[in-house]
Design a protein around this ligand. Sequence first.
Ligand code: ASP
Length: 337
Amino acid sequence: MTIKRRKFLKKSVIGTAMAGSGLWGCTTDQNHNGNTAAASINPHSQSSLPIVIATWDNLKATEAAAEVLNNGGGALDAVEQGAKLPEADPQDNSVGYGGLPDRSGIVTLDACIMDHQGNAGAVCFLQNIMHPISVARRVMESTPHVMLSGQGALEFALAEGFEEENLLTEDSKQHWEQWKVEKKPYGEINFENHDTIGILALDQQGNISGACTTSGLAFKMHGRVGDSPIIGAGMYVDNEVGGACATGVGEYVMKTLGSFLIVELMRQGRSPQEACEEAIQRIVKRHPKVYREYEVGYLAVNKKGQHGAYGTEQGFEYTLFQNGNHNLFPSDYYLKS
Ligand code: ASP
């Protein structure tokens, strides 16, 4: 994504996505402020496998993941391949290469991955490695641990054959220089200084995997780690139930363990949409004064192929590969007035 993207979607995505998709009917719904508003998705839709869902406008990621699945590949390979696209994209300033740095001007990366057998791997505060999601997978598959951090994660990556690269582009350096003058707060709504790719896939066998990767909040304190590498916060899957992932200000996601919460709510019978809404309401309830200032968005999918999406604010969107089509959708959201 670019600095422009969220501004664009705030103005126009609802119209274009709904017009272009042909998948969903537009239903009316009662929001939590008592207003009637158009619901943006049909959360009860089911579909044939495979399915991929990703945060934000990540068409290239869902295409890469779908290609793996359409060729008979597994969900784990699909989510890794999908996540690698934004990681390598210098235009995407919140993930991997080109990600906006912390306030010291250093790009630090967080990522996690989880498969249908409940295996998990993660890295946090990793520097100078283009594909943290692949290092996370290597942690999962080649070590007895779940998470490696900082210098240890870097040493592990280098030992595994990953190469060190400078991830700070001229563009992101310029944004940092500008930030040093303006000192905008991090996580501000609809200012493009944070976003993460969370991606969930159900393969042709019905097995689920998930991945989450980010450079975290731009201009964060040096050493800060967000929700994205935390299993159960930034992403969680359970092959008996489904999966969930998060984007937005990680501090709120971590304090409510959002992705795990959503999966557990689905286990108890909630639909993915209901579970995402409940997880956002937890944040609202716990942080009634500040939730209006900071954005969080959740995605979920269950084993029936139903999905859900919900954000605190207008502006959260997601890319869905379902029934052979890739589409961008606006998420429904809490704060309608
Ligand atoms: N969740 C990420 C973090 O807190 C940032 C984001 O998704 O915008 O690091």
